[in-house]
Design a protein around this ligand. Sequence first.
Ligand SMILES: [Fe+2]
Length: 212
Amino acid sequence: MVCGDLHDGGSEMEAMTVIETLGDLGPSILIVPGNMDPRGFAVRLWEKAGFSVLHKRSLEIMGTGFAGLGCVVASDPRRWRDEKRCYHSDDEVYRSIKEAFEKISAFGQRVIVTHQPPRGILDRAFDGEATGSLGLRKFIEEFQPDILFCAHIHEARGEARLGRTLAVNPGEMRKGLFALVDLNLMDKDAETTAPSRVVWFGPGSRGGWQKE
Ligand SMILES: [Fe+2]
């Protein structure tokens, strides 16, 4: 599961290096675009590489439903059309993720992947500003999926609960950071005091990765 910002603008050729490296890791990739992933070609190249793009889409894997939405909210409508980045309105966030979620709502476990966090959790930037999407928060509060994977704010790596939804920001992949969540171990009736099921990884001292 990759929560976006695989690229930083740039050319298709530059993007291919990253895409091939990610593809070589092995497991099948579920991905949504971040604001830094060019709308003009990111999704096209990812699909060509065999990644499952979950932007405004859903899919089922072994009885678990996955739905996603990439990009980041921008208030200036001119930015919504920027082909070198990926922005949209907060209204679109609520509408799109709700639509994608409806197709997986009946599954035993429902996993959401977004780039931007919801407003109020995992969304504090260095300067203390809450940068999350209000539309996404509304969706999470109303529909309470089991897990939300999100990213965008590097300094907000960690986990938090919004009602019964466990939200996880796995951290920057380029720094060797990621998180492991075993869906078989998830407590579906988890309360805010439930122990964490998330295992955190960082770069190992002798290469590779290690548990933190
Ligand atoms: Fe981002």
